[in-house]
Structures are given as C-alpha cells and as structure tokens.
Design a protein around this ligand. Structure first.
Ligand SMILES: [Zn+2]
Length: 472
C-alpha cells in the first residue's frame, strides 16, 4: 500500500500549501495587473482535481514503464527510420487504448540522414582509436577516409588568427563545456567556419560535461557559402589526449572515415490525441514533446520522456474523469533533431486555428525532478499561471521562471504570438547523456518522472478549464 500512502502525503501537502498561500494572498499580488476579484475565488475549486491528478500520477510508475516499453521495443528513432515509423504507429495505438479522442497522424515529409559506419583514429605520434560520433547531417568522407594533420584550436578568434595554418588540416575545436548555449556553436557552425579557410575535416570536443568516454552527436549547420566538410565529435578523454600531444609539440595526424549521407526525403508524421473541451472545444491547450531522436542510445531523455509526460496529462485526466472546458491536445512532433519539419508542419496545417490556441507547452529538457515551468506571455497570463503553479507546491514544482518555449512549438508560437511554456527540471544530469549512447531509460527516476507528469497535467487541466481565457 505504498502507493496509497504517497497519495495521502501529496494531497496533504497540496492542501497545506494552498492554505498557506491563501493566508498570504492579499499581500502577494506583486506588480501584475490586479484581478477583478480575488484570484483565489477561481483557484480554490481546482485544489481538489489538482490533488487527484497528482495522486494518480505519483501513485504509480506508469509513465516510466511506458517510456521503458517504448525505448526497449523500438529504441532510438531518427527521422526517416523504420524505428520512428514503428514508434508513431505504437503511439497512435496506445493513445486509442487510453481512450483519447481524435487520435490521428498528421503527415510530415522529413529529411533522411544516414550515419553508416564511421571511425576515427590517431595515426601519429602513436596509434589510438578515437571514440567518436559523426555530427548529424554531416557529409561523409571518401571510402579510404581523410588523413591529415590536426590543428587544435580553442575558439573562433583563434581560428581566425591562425587561418593561414588551416588549409589541408583537420581543425579540432577543443572547447570545454560550460553551458549548452555557449558551447554548441562550435558543433553547429564550426565546420563551415573551418572549411572557409580550407580545412578538410572538422573534429569537436563533445558538447557535454565530463563523461565516461562518451561522444555526443547533434546537428551541424553548413553555411551556403562554404564547402561541406565531414565533421565528428570525439569524447572529452580523446580530446584531452590530442591536446596533450599538441602541447608536447607533436605532429598529430588523424584518419577519419564516415559513410554519412542523405537519402531521399521520407514520410513521417506528428501524432495527435485530444480530450475535447466540454464548453469551448475549439479553444486548445497544446502539450508536447518530440518523438524522433538521434540514432544512438534510446532517445529516453531526449525526448521520449517529454512525449510520455505530456501525453500522461491527458491519460490522467481521462483516468479520473476530468473534462476541462477547453480541448487539451497532445502533439508528439517528428524531426526536431535534424530539420524541425514537424513543428513547421503543425503551424502550416493548423494556421487557421492558431489564434484559438490558448497555450502551447513543450517538454524537451529531460524528465528529472520537476521545478516548475518557464513561461512567455503577457503579465495577466503570468499572474494566472503563477497562481496555478501554487497547486504544485506539494511536489515542489511551483516555480514560474523567465521564459518558456520549445523548438517544435516555436513556429506556431511566433506566428500567432501565443503564450508558451516549457517544463523545467533539475537538469544537472541532462547534458551528461544528451545525444549519447547513454541516453537510456535507466537514467530516469520513476518518481521524478511521475511528478513531471503530475505538473504538466495540473497546469494543462487548469489552464484549459479557466473561467476566463488565459491572458485576458
Ligand atoms: Zn530534444
């Protein structure tokens, strides 16, 4: 009866938290627009359904088990792969089994990049194999590979300063990870910047903190005005070894072999399921993740988990018979990793109803211990979601921070200027496993994941049910 005890604890915590808030409410309006009447007059009726949603979520390991089933039975899911097709069909079947409404696939044509076999090795000053992963969307090498001396550099300024030494070399960006935003640019635009000076290939220190000799893949972006050269990420340990060799003044020679190439575009789909609104079904709250992943690991944290916890919001509502005023729609996007065509296709297909989208939420930062949500929207909407989030204080997921959004909801949000939200979690472990063979379900804790599902469920349900439209 462990489950039952969990439920009681959570219900108690939620009630205590809301009671505390009520006591403080007259002084806690902050700088936002003062609501016409006490905000708690609309908030109070949501205490009970919120507690039930949380209890239902944390009372089982259903979300984790479903993610384990997806990642064990399908595995990773690169755009255009048969595995992604299987995941799409499985999601449709399972959503129907959950009793979701209007379950269907929305066709998207996606690029199909194929890694093929690949390897890299140090030839001089001493032979060592390198633990590597070709970067997504990279071109391949000739069959015999590319063998050249390595030029180790530590930033774009140094690349420009040493541009005269680049021609005919393999440029190696050895920039230690600080944050993803800071470091990812060497992976993304490093190949073309080196190619403009005549580099024949590019290596990058994996964009992630220290790992256990784990390479991190991810997309590159070729510029239109530079030759396309093959590019790969190597593990931080291998990066350090090349650095030591360079520091000793050794001539370092690497041979890189990659079969990577594009095949013809492929059919794929976004998967959609709904709980139709009981009063205003044409107004929609979207919750989402992306079903595609890189072709290594199992795509558990990126982003199978985001798909499952947002889908859980609808399953949980259905399970305890909650039907909000407005429609809640889950979208499992395709092709986030190397094209973004799922997000663009959603915007194009739903253009006529985007203005009826009340809120779009995406979970694509892992499903570790939830902290709350990032939010972008007007002050009135922010005030409202802050109050809704207080219903999550019992599971410590009540923060509403700076800005929120996601790669897949981005095109729709920008087109129609919609309020947008991202699930925020304790992300300390996320970039250790991001885009690596180690992105597997065992890194995810079932209780933390259940809390993520609970947080999304409560936020989506209350925003979809509000007496007033969010932001008005
Ligand atoms: Zn992702």
């Amino acid at each position: 009866m462990v489950q039952r005890r969990w439920f009681d604890v959570v219900v108690t915590l939620v009630f205590v938290a809301v009671a505390t808030l009520e006591a403080r409410a007259p002084h806690s309006n902050g700088g936002g627009r003062p609501p016409a009447k006490s905000p708690l007059s609309w908030l109070a009726p949501y205490r009970e359904p919120a507690a039930r949603l949380i209890g239902e979520a944390v009372g089982s390991t259903f979300a984790w088990q479903r993610l384990a089933l997806l990642t064990d039975s399908v595995g990773n899911r690169l755009s255009g792969s048969p595995a992604l097709d299987r995941a799409i069909q499985w999601s449709i079947d399972e959503m129907k089994r959950d009793g979701l409404e209007n379950v269907h696939a929305e066709r998207v044509v996606v690029p199909k990049w194929v890694r093929g076999t690949e390897s890299a090795e140090i030839i001089e000053p001493a032979p060592h194999s390198l633990v590597m992963l070709g970067l997504g969307d990279s071109v391949g090498t000739p069959p015999e590979g590319i063998q050249a001396e390595v030029l180790t550099i530590h930033g774009f300024d140094e690349l420009d300063a040493r541009s005269g030494q680049v021609a005919g070399r393999i440029v190696f960006y050895n920039v230690p990870f600080t944050s993803y935003g800071d470091t990812v640019r060497f992976r993304a635009s490093g190949p073309s910047r080196a190619a403009r000076y005549g580099a024949v290939a590019m290596l990058v220190r994996s964009v992630g903190p220290e790992g256990l000799r784990t390479p991190h893949t991810g997309a590159l972006q070729y510029a239109s005005d530079a030759p396309k050269i093959p590019a790969a990420a190597i593990s931080t340990e291998d990066a350090d070894r090349i650095q030591r060799m360079s520091d000793r003044g050794s001539r370092v020679v690497v041979r890189l072999k990659m079969d990577a190439h594009f095949e013809a575009d492929a059919e794929s789909a976004n998967v959609v399921g709904e709980i139709r609104g009981r009063e205003r079904p044409d107004e929609v709250v979207v919750v989402s993740g992306h079903l595609d992943s890189w072709d290594v690991g199992a795509g558990a944290s990126d982003d199978g988990g985001g798909c499952i916890v947002t889908w859980e919001a609808l399953r949980l509502m259905k399970k305890i018979n909650l039907r909000p005023r407005r429609t809640v729609r889950v979208v499992l996007f395709t092709n986030e990793e190397n094209g973004g065509r799922g997000g663009m296709a959603y915007r194009d297909l739903h253009r006529g109803e985007l203005e009826k989208h009340v809120l779009m939420l995406e979970s694509d930062g892992g499903v570790f211990r939830p902290l709350g949500f990032g939010f972008t929207g007007n002050d009135a909407a922010r005030q409202t979601v802050r109050l809704v989030a207080t219903l999550l204080s019992g599971i410590a997921a009540d923060q509403i921070t700076g800005s929120g959004g996601g790669a897949d909801i981005g095109p729709s949000v920008q087109e129609a200027h919609l309020p947008s939200m991202s699930l925020e979690v304790d992300g300390g472990r996320y970039f250790l496993i991001h885009h690596t063979p180690a992105d597997t379900v065992d890194k995810i804790d079932a209780v933390e994941m259940a809390k993520c599902a609970a947080a999304v469920a409560v936020m989506a349900y209350v925003v979809a049910d509000l007496p007033h439209r969010l932001g008005e």
